[in-house]
Each structure stands twice: as structure tokens, then as C-alpha cells.
Design a protein around this ligand. Structure first.
Ligand SMILES: O=C(O)C(=O)C[C@]1(C(=O)O)C=C[C@@H](O)C=C1
Length: 480
């Protein structure tokens, strides 16, 4: 790998460590922030909704701009916005400004996503693994930051220190990214290699399934994390177990992401991994919804994190981007808009269900997971399979070459008939107008228009060899 590509990848990963901090830093410090803002905890938690608003408002435009003005500008904009958020938040004392900063964090989030995912899918290497790595860095931050907050609390340090860590990383990374050269967005050649062949009907179906999956994959996790502790207490699990379930989910998530990164390198497994993880997450949720045994629920919560929060969303996005190589930014924005919609609607749906007095809230999450599995099945069924390995890919070429060779030989046999007639009628071997017509037909009959010039070059060579063959044959016949 080129040094600059390695540096670029690493700086994107670091950004997602920072982003992981951004996701939980307000909730982790809410008590101190509320006192800074001279407000109650309830008002303070209202400020959190700003992040969702910022995201929802900015995803599409950031995605569009990422394709239009270039990934680097959007990335730098996202990093700068986050930097302002991290530096200003712990010192700010006004609620409206805090709300504005939350919105800015949401915008920063959408800018980072709109730049980072497309860049990673344009770099060489395993595209799915690249995207899942971002999730690994997010999860590790979500694990480390609470420890820092807790230590600062116990040692009576200033709470703002936990904001300074991501700020310092961001500043160093900003300098690094500013001086980096980025790969060209999508070169024509790259585009043809990455392009996935699907007819319009199937493409629409797979796109819809992927966007639906963008919603369900986010919804299923939010539903679980927001309600699992309350749900556990309702079914008379002890207080400690109720909280332990969430930690087990996080632990499962980190282990799941790491295992996914390993398995994605094994092509034969990678193709089935997505579906398998979806089935596993559904089964774990069913157990969680109906188990009355604490130990069984604990295992199920770990398995749920291990499967549902192991980078499935990132894998689906990487798949979507392969369908639209020219509009990666826009599609990233669209995909995450569906995810943001989930963060918005799940609290509304669950709130409504609670008001209706529905006893088993987790059954609702099982239904969301079922819809997600249906979408995953559609994606798996209609998205063209990748060649499992270089060896396997070459086997396909070998088989096609074998068939082609038989056909080329048949073509030479047909030429035999032509040369016999031409000799009789004393016509020259070269017939430029006929060759022109053959090439026109090749262009007309090429399904993939991007391949026309390559197909024509093959036929030009074939006809040149046909002429050489005819001349050799004529020469031989004349001698007899
Ligand atoms: O059609 C002919 O006249 C041929 O000789 C065959 C053929 C070909 O291989 O397709 C070869 C040479 C001519 O210039 C045109 C076409």
C-alpha cells in the first residue's frame, strides 16, 4: 500500500475514534453539563436531540457536496465542526448555544460519513472491511471514554478533560489531513472495475432493500439499547443484571466487529457472513424477548451485540456504494438519512407502545429485526455474487475461454467458406466496408456500452487474423 493511502486510512480511522467519543460524550457528562447550563437534567437531555436534527438536516446535502466539491473539503469541514463542538461544549454556559453546538456535532457527523465511506470504498483493498474498521474505532471509543469520564470523576479532575482528548486528536489529525493528497474520486477505469451489473428492476429492488436495511439495522440497535434495562427490571431481573445486559451487548459488539474484520478476509465466508449475522441477531432477540432466565438472557444480549452491532450497517453501505460508483457521497447521505430517521422514530414508536401498556416491548424489536432479515434476504438474493478468490475468479475465465475457443474455431471454419467463394469470384481478401459493418454490429449488440471499444478491438484483431489466415490459405491453394 502507498504511504499516503495508509496515512489517509489511518486518519479516517482516528476520526471515527473521535466520532465514537462524540456519540456519547454529552450523555456521559450530562450532570456536569446541566449544572454548567444552570438547567435541570430533563432540559439538558433535550439538548441531545440537536445531534439528530443536525444529522437529518445535513446528510443529503453533505453527501451531494462530497461528490461535487470533493471529499477532502467535506472531510475537513466535518473535522473543524467537531473541533469547535469539543472545545466549546465544556466551557459554554448557555442552553441555546449548547443546542447549536449539538446541531453542529450532527452536521459534523454527517460530513465525516459523507466523505469517509466513499473514500474508503475508492481506495484499494477490501471495501467492506474498510468500512467495518470505522465501526471498530467507534466502538473502542465508546468503551474507553466512559473509563476516562469515571476516572476524572473519582479523581475530581475537571470534567472537560474528556472533551479535550478528542479535541487534541482532531487537531493533530487536521494537520495530517490538510497535507495529504487524496485519490481521484472515481476514474473511468476504476468505475468499470467496480461497476456491478444489474438490470434496472433488480437495481431498484436491491436499492430499496438496502435503504430499508439502513433504517432497520439502526432501529434494531436503538430499540434494544434504550429499553433493555427497563425491560429487564419489568420481568424481575435484578438491578445489577439489568445494567449488566447492556455492558454484555457492548462487549459482544466489540468482539463481533473484530471477528467480522477477520472473517471478511476469508472470501468464502465473507459472502454468507451478512445473512448469518442477521439470522443470529434475530434469534438472540427472540430469546431476549421471551427468556425468563437471567443467564440465558445474558448470553443472548452478548450474542445480539456480537451480531447486530458488528458492522452490519457498514457492510450494507459498502454494498450500496458498489451499485452507484459515481454518486457515492449522495448515496452515503441517503443511507444514513434512513438511519437518522430510525433514531427519530424509534423513541416515538416505543413511547406510543408504552402508553398503550404493551407488556413485552422487545417483541416490537423482534419485528424490526424480521423486516431487516427480509431486506437482507433480498439483498443477498439479487446482488451479484463476488468471485470467492483469485483462483476461483480465474476458473470462471478458464471456462469462458474454453467456450470462446470452440466458437473462434467455428468462425475460422466459416471463413473457409468465404475464402473459397472469394477466390472463385476473384475478390480481394480485405473488405473494409464489411469489416466496418461487423464493428457497427458489435457496438449495437454490446449490452454493456462501457465495453464497446474493448469488444471492437477484439473483433478488429480477429478479422486481421482472419485475413492473415485467408492469405496463407490462398497462397497454399495457388501452389497446388
Ligand atoms: O466477410 C468477408 O469477406 C471475410 O473475408 C471475413 C472477414 C471476417 O473475418 O469477418 C475477414 C476479412 C474481411 O476484411 C472482412 C471480414
Amino acid at each position: 500500500m502507498q504511504i499516503s493511502n495508509f496515512r489517509l486510512k489511518f486518519s479516517l480511522f482516528l476520526n471515527y475514534f473521535v466520532h465514537g467519543c462524540g456519540l456519547i460524550i454529552l450523555t456521559q457528562n450530562l450532570t456536569q453539563l446541566a449544572s454548567n447550563w444552570h438547567s435541570t437534567l430533563a432540559t439538558a437531555s433535550f439538548v441531545l436531540s440537536g445531534i439528530g436534527i443536525g444529522r437529518l438536516a445535513a446528510y443529503l446535502s453533505m453527501g451531494f457536496l462530497s461528490d461535487k466539491v470533493g471529499r477532502k473539503k467535506i472531510l475537513l469541514f466535518g473535522m473543524l465542526s467537531y473541533l469547535i463542538f469539543f472545545i466549546a461544549s465544556p466551557v459554554n454556559e448557555s442552553i441555546p448555544i449548547a443546542y447549536g453546538l449539538s446541531i453542529l456535532a450532527g452536521i459534523a457527523n454527517s460530513a465525516l460519513d459523507s466523505a469517509a465511506y466513499p473514500i474508503l470504498s475508492e481506495l484499494r483493498g477490501n471495501q467492506k472491511a474498510n468500512s467495518v474498521s470505522l465501526k471498530a474505532f467507534m466502538s473502542s471509543a465508546e468503551f474507553i471514554l466512559p473509563v476516562i469520564v469515571l476516572t476524572a470523576n473519582q479523581e475530581n479532575w475537571w470534567f472537560g478533560l474528556s472533551f479535550l482528548l478528542p479535541a487534541v486528536i482532531l487537531m493533530a489529525n487536521l494537520i495530517n489531513v490538510t497535507f495529504l493528497t487524496f485519490p481521484k474520486s472515481v476514474t473511468k477505469e476504476n468505475e468499470n472495475i467496480q461497476k456491478v451489473q444489474l438490470n434496472t428492476g433488480k437495481k431498484v429492488l436491491v436499492t430499496a432493500a438496502l435503504l430499508l436495511y439502513g433504517y432497520t439495522s439502526m432501529a434494531v440497535m436503538i430499540w434494544f439499547t434504550q429499553w433493555i434495562s427497563i425491560f429487564a427490571k419489568n420481568i424481575d431481573f435484578g438491578n445489577t443484571t439489568a445494567h449488566l445486559l447492556l455492558s454484555l451487548y457492548s462487549l459482544g459488539s466489540i468482539s463481533g466487529v473484530l471477528l467480522t474484520l477477520i472473517l471478511l478476509r476469508i472470501k468464502a465466508v465473507a459472502n454468507r457472513l451478512f445473512l448469518f449475522q442477521n439470522i443470529l441477531s434475530l434469534l438472540s432477540l427472540i430469546i431476549i424477548a421471551f427468556s425468563t432466565q437471567e443467564s440465558l438472557s445474558m448470553v443472548a444480549c452478548f450474542t445480539f451485540g456480537f451480531s447486530a452491532a458488528a458492522g452490519l450497517m457498514q457492510m450494507a453501505l459498502a454494498t450500496l456504494l458498489r451499485l452507484y460508483p459515481k454518486k457515492k457521497g449522495l448515496l452515503t447521505g441517503l443511507f444514513f438519512s434512513f438511519g437518522s430517521l430510525a433514531s427519530f422514530t424509534v423513541p416515538l414508536i416505543t413511547g406510543w407502545l408504552v402508553a398503550q401498556g404493551k407488556a413485552n416491548l422487545m417483541v416490537g424489536d423482534v419485528i424490526v429485526a424480521l423486516i431487516g432479515l427480509a431486506a437482507a434476504l433480498i439483498i443477498q438474493a439479487f446482488f451479484p455474487k463476488e468471485a470467492p478468490s483469485l483462483k476461483e475468479a480465474r476458473k470462471v475465465i478458464d471456462r469462458i475461454d474454453h467456450q470462446l475457443l470452440r466458437l473462434v474455431e467455428k468462425r475460422f471454419q466459416a471463413v473457409d467458406a468465404v475464402i473459397a467463394l472469394k477466390q472463385k469470384q476473384e475478390l480481394p481478401v480485405l473488405d473494409a466496408s464489411r469489416e466496418e459493418k461487423v464493428l457497427e454490429k458489435i457496438a449495437k449488440n454490446s449490452h454493456n456500452k462501457a465495453l464497446i471499444s474493448y469488444n471492437q478491438a477484439i473483433w478488429q484483431t480477429m478479422m486481421a487474423q482472419s485475413r492473415a489466415y485467408q492469405r496463407a490459405k490462398a497462397h497454399h491453394n495457388n501452389k497446388e
